[in-house]
Design a protein around this ligand. Structure first.
Ligand code: SIN
Ligand code: MN
Length: 210
């Protein structure tokens, strides 16, 4: 696997665009996500079967949102607690998708993950979508994290990349189903979120276009 100047792995379909959003754009996106969370509050999902709570709090925007509870993982058009449709995806994210996704249809879901300093996300694949021709486009805001990415088998070797506020990451092509997760947050590495923590936004196409 070749290593780019910032020590990041660059392999088929895995693309890191460091610092794609400048501070002003990050602030605009932060404010847009605050507005999303005011309408569709962050909540703590639980794991299928065990019901164990996630350490990450979540909400969504878009016509579909990803949810998890004891009956499983799925996409649905409404917030599980309020019953209201998810808010629209902010335009700044749709612009990033058009610029970077190399896919001719819009995203349908944007999962909003909020990590406090203790939160983690275990190694997993994004595989609940019907359409894998579109990449998963991920935007980081706030504190940096240690992101881990491997191959399409859980036991494949993994590499770790530090993601900072304003970075955009794409998992597409052969990397679309790569296992990935977040090992840790680095508290105090950004002033974007006054209370600290990290926001991650992942844009996904869920259904196959007609
Ligand atoms: C995710 O896999 O849903 C989130 C990844 C991240 O927080 O960077
Ligand atoms: Mn994921």
């Amino acid at each position: 696997m070749p290593i780019s100047e910032r020590g990041t792995p660059t392999f088929d379909g895995f693309r890191l665009v460091p610092g794609r959003l400048d501070r002003t754009e990050q602030e605009a996106l932060r404010d847009a996500i605050r507005a999303v969370a005011a309408e569709a509050p962050l909540y703590r999902p639980s794991m299928p079967r065990t019901g164990k709570p996630f350490s990450v709090r979540m909400t969504n925007c878009g016509s579909l949102g990803w949810v998890s509870d004891q009956s499983g993982y799925r996409y649905q058009p409404a917030h599980p607690l309020t019953g209201r449709p998810w808010p629209e995806i902010p335009e700044i994210l749709l612009v990033l998708w058009r610029e970077l996704a190399d896919y001719p249809h819009p995203p349908e879901a944007c999962l909003v993950n909020f990590y406090d300093p203790e939160a983690r996300m275990g190694l997993h694949q994004d595989s609940d979508e019907a359409e894998f021709a579109a990449p998963v486009l991920s935007v980081s805001l706030g504190d940096s994290c240690l992101f881990r990415v491997g191959g399409t088998n859980r036991r494949d070797p993994t590499r770790s990349v530090r993601l900072a506020s304003g970075d955009v990451l794409l998992l597409g092509g052969p990397s679309r189903l790569a296992f990935h997760g977040v090992d840790r947050i680095y508290p105090g590495t950004s002033k974007l979120l006054p209370q600290g923590g990290r926001i991650n936004l992942t844009l996904r196409r869920v259904t196959k276009p007609e």
